[in-house]
Design a protein around this ligand. Structure first.
Ligand code: GLN
Length: 533
């Protein structure tokens, strides 16, 4: 078993999982099968019930787990679909402990953190390594070393180091060097202290990744090496870069591949050659993407890009291959409710209505959809954005001024969007939506079929409401085209307008399957429509 454990020091949010993901990408480029997982210290069972404004988006896996945003980084960087094993919270671990205790699995024992809880963590890491059929597994510990919440996770990793022995597990510690403007220097003291904190917990970092907004030069590396006792070649600078996709290439160029190979004793399995050429091509594409196209993303969570992280990335990546620099502006849907929505929207080449919950800003989104339809502006609706497209069409084309969704008008007469049959009677919130990957068949006569280039696809879902089939015939009599449904034809999954260059929407979340090396066809379709190519 070969494991890499990634911990953070000094402060959180400095790597956002990109460090682990980049290491994963480097190892994958040498042909290794990589599995990645993240442990988080909080007590929610999963992040599905947390505020996306604070915690970022919820990333849904094929098997329907609501996971941390970092799992999205992992999937995108190692270009591999992960699963519910990739994300564990303290809440979920403790839930299992309590269930086991009630069943009597710990009869006559005092159930304790450092033995029982740590055992569950170690068990999970080991069993997931084998179920994933991995060559190497990366384990990221959320929070910073020293946080009370993740103390037991660090202890579990220490025990695992002891059990597996050197050569089978290595520790990567990510630290941050703050910059002091007055003296124009980067300070290493917090990083030194953080290494000490880790050692105080019995863990010796093998590799120190050093995040900084400024250049980390030889002198600083020497200083860090002397003060921490970590070899210079094992200190990898991670300076802020223009595009996060440069990170794996940078790490690789700093020699992290060789250090890992040596420390994890990978040479014994044969000749190793890393090939980051696809990543380098991507960086080249990003640099060559000079034609700017602007997207208005009309949603509710405008304050933080992290809330729509995958969507953002998916749209940008779709542009690069076509030399297009997609610039996304987050427009507060509520602001479009009054006044000059058309004027505001006229400055954009395309409109995206992303996913969302609750009725704040809905009318503004409907106005944006109306604007896109009437002015033939490329439009892509994602989940809620697909429901909005149907509501707008029902109101302004089919002649139901009160058309709505049951979510926003529970007593409405013309709810073209309503609660899914299997959702009725569900009142608990955590993990109860329609979640995970579902197959969808596409109408060969549709634009969406042409974009995907195949008759059957699968996309991930996370929603409670769906298109109301009572209105289906009426929609279909017009130029509203239902281009994709569930295999039994019951659930409307993909829609488009026939008389529009690109008014496309899906009940699914395509952004969760978009990869930097394989942009999603719907996003590519939108970008090409915006650029008229
Ligand atoms: N709120 C809507 C629903 O639950 C849309 C959800 C979403 O956009 N993911 O169906």
């Amino acid at each position: 078993m070969k494991l890499i454990c990634v911990t953070w020091g000094v402060l959180s949010g400095i790597g956002k999982g990109i460090t682990g993901a980049s290491i994963g990408a480097i190892l994958k480029s040498a042909g290794y099968k990589v599995f990645m997982q993240k442990f988080d210290g909080y007590l929610n069972i999963d992040p599905g019930t947390m505020n996306p404004l604070e915690h970022g988006e919820v990333f849904v896996t094929d098997d329907g787990a609501e996971t941390d945003l970092d799992i999205g980084h992992y999937e995108r960087y190692i270009d591999t679909s992960l699963n519910s094993n990739s994300s564990r919270t303290t809440g979920k671990i403790y839930q299992e402990i309590f269930e086991r205790e009630r069943k009597g699995e710990y009869l006559w024992q005092t159930v304790q953190v450092t033995s029982h809880v740590a055992s569950v963590v170690k068990e999970k890491i080991k069993s997931w390594f084998f179920t994933a059929g991995a060559d190497i597994s990366l384990v990221e510990i959320g929070g910073t070393v020293g946080d009370m919440e993740s103390e037991y996770l660090i202890e579990s990793m220490r025990q695992l180091r002891h059990e597996l022995g050197a050569g089978n597990i290595l520790f990567v510690h990510l630290v941050y060097l703050p910059y002091l403007g007055a003296s124009d220097e980067l300070k290493t003291k917090p990083a030194q202290n953080s290494v000490r904190d880790l050692r105080a917990r019995g863990i010796e970092p093998d590799i120190l990744v050093v995040r900084s907004d400024k250049r980390v030069d030889e002198k600083l590396i020497s200083k860090l090496s002397i003060m921490t006792g970590i070899e210079k070649r094992c200190i990898i600078p991670s300076e802020t870069v223009k595009s996060i996709y440069q990170v794996p290439v940078k790490y690789y160029n700093y020699g992290i591949g060789e250090v890992i190979t040596e420390k994890l004793e990978l040479q014994t399995t044969g000749e190793i050659s890393f090939d980051l050429s696809q990543r380098e091509n991507l960086i080249q594409h990003i640099e060559n993407a000079t034609e700017v196209k602007k997207i208005a993303m009309v949603g509710k969570y405008t304050a933080l890009e992290d809330a729509y992280y995958s969507l953002n990335e998916g749209l940008k990546v779709a542009g690069y291959r076509n030399h297009i620099n997609v610039q996304i502006s987050f427009l507060d849907a509520e602001k479009l409710e009054q006044g000059s929505a058309d004027e505001i929207l006229s400055h954009y080449d395309g409109i995206v209505i992303p996913w969302g919950f609750g009725n704040r800003g809905i009318e503004g989104m409907i106005r944006a959809a109306q604007y896109a339809r009437k002015n033939k502006v490329p439009y892509l609706g994602i989940c809620l954005g697909s429901q909005i497209m149907a509501i707008e069409f029902a109101r302004n084309v089919l002649g139901y001024p009160d058309a709505n969704s049951e979510e926003f008008a529970p007593e409405g007469q013309h709810n073209v969007i309503h609660l899914m049959e299997h959702q009725k009677g569900i009142h608990t919130k955590g993990g109860t939506m329609r979640l995970g990957s579902y197959d969808c068949k596409l109408d060969p006569e549709s634009l969406i079929f042409r974009l995907y280039g195949k008759p059957q696809i699968a996309e991930r879902h996370r929603h409670r409401y769906e298109f109301n089939n009572e209105f289906r015939k009426e929609f279909e009599k017009s130029w509203f085209h239902i281009s994709g449904t569930s295999l039994d034809g019951e659930l409307v999954e993909m829609v488009e307008l026939r008389d529009h260059p690109f008014m496309v929407a899906t009940q699914a979340h395509p952004e969760l399957k978009s990869r930097p090396l394989a942009p999603h066809p719907l996003f590519v379709g939108l970008v090409r429509a915006m650029a008229r190519i």
